[in-house]
Design a protein around this ligand. Structure first.
Ligand code: ZN
Ligand code: ZN
Length: 369
């Protein structure tokens, strides 16, 4: 079938054009997309800065309606509303069996290379160029063919745009707090960087009862979003020394620091600010390109923990429906994360707004019917 999609034919080249999508294979489903979240990883990917390189169709957050299923599909049926999960864990490898679904051994060979879990693709341009599916899902298109493990059903009273952002930003931010740090009520926390992931970590801290919750960013616009979503204090790192501010506002340093930036500067700020025995969780994908020199003495003598968290250490089939239920019961304000909606053709503007800090999370919204 033909459909419109956002794609990178080459590194640095972003176009919205008609492409060809083949039908789903045995264990795959065809989803008519209704919403797709705009994430920094999509931007870094079309610029060729991450592991998956063009030519590919972008997008890894999304939600839509199942239109067609392969003959081996058992988890969803046509008409189901599904949110897209870019961790299509095999559930049979030793890592999955040990409960670390986010580290499934199949991901390295397929998902991170922008292939479907069987190692192939269903996409091509009208002039015959084979296109890969970013993170096995390629949600910035009118339709997506995904493995059934990437399609997580959700109830009809949840807006598509809310379900869309749950699969990456929310899972990463809330999961870092709940799963990776196992943060506890009453303990002080700080969040570095207030984009979609950082704002979700702030909501996660509020959910578990951390107090105070200090948000740090360089942009006043993002700090305003942080206050709306649960930060008790905000620090503009252009105006104040973030380490000193975090230590003062938390009476000696946060017990938990959640770093959604992952730069050398923020990782060190987190380590210096955390109180003795505290935990620093790094979750920003920028960390992939960072090099950090750390004095082991700071970790040992202060008994600090430095943890990595990949997509919130989540088990997708367990955690994604739980996050949706937390939204339905009013405990996560996921709708407040979405501050701007765009048509597919406005993706360049959505990327520009994201880089300028104008949005908490921007979402592409596809034709309503
Ligand atoms: Zn993402
Ligand atoms: Zn696995």
């Amino acid at each position: 079938m033909r459909m419109r999609a956002a794609l990178a034919r080459e590194i640095g080249q972003l176009t919205i054009e008609e492409v060809e999508l083949d039908p789903p294979h045995t264990d795959e489903v065809l989803v008519r997309m209704r919403a797709a979240g705009v994430c920094h990883s999509d931007l870094h990917t079309y610029k060729g800065e991450l592991r998956a390189v063009p030519p590919l169709v972008l997008g890894h957050e999304g939600a839509g309606v199942v239109e067609q299923v392969g003959d081996g599909v058992t988890r969803v049926k046509p008409g189901d509303r599904v949110l897209i999960n870019w961790i299509p864990a095999c559930e049979t490898c030793p890592t999955c069996l040990s409960g670390r679904y986010n580290l499934c051994e199949r991901l390295a060979a397929t998902t991170f290379r922008a292939l479907l879990p069987d190692g192939t693709t269903r996409l091509k341009t009208l002039d015959g160029l084979a296109l890969k599916h970013y993170l096995s899902v390629a949600t910035m298109a009118e339709y997506a063919v995904v493995h059934e493990a990437s399609a997580i059903p959700f109830p009809a009273d949840v807006p598509f745009e809310v379900a869309a952002v749950t699969g990456c930003a929310v899972a990463t931010g809330v999961g870092a707090v709940v799963n990776t740090a196992r943060a506890r009520a009453g303990r002080p926390a700080a969040v570095l960087g207030c984009g979609g992931v950082g704002l979700s970590a702030i909501q996660g801290c509020k959910l578990v009862g951390c107090n105070p919750i200090v948000a740090v960013d360089l942009m006043e616009s993002k700090l305003a979003f942080a206050r709306q979503l649960g930060a008790t204090h905000t620090v503009n790192a252009q105006e104040a020394d973030p380490v000193e501010a975090m230590r003062t506002l938390t009476g000696g340093g946060p017990e938990y620091v959640f770093d959604s930036v992952g730069s050398e500067a923020t990782i060190l700020q987190g380590l210096f600010a955390a109180r003795g025995g505290g935990t620093v969780v790094v979750m920003g994908l920028h960390a992939v390109r960072s090099q950090v020199q750390i004095s082991p003495a700071a970790l040992i003598l202060q008994n600090k923990r430095l943890l990595g968290s990949f997509i919130g250490s989540m088990n997708p089939r367990l955690d994604l429906p739980r996050l949706i239920e937390l939204y339905r019961s009013g405990k996560l304000a996921l709708d407040k994360l979405i501050t701007k909606r765009y048509a597919l053709g406005d993706l360049p503007q959505a990327f520009a707004d994201m880089e300028a800090g104008k949005v908490a999370r921007g979402v592409l919204v596809f034709g309503k019917d």
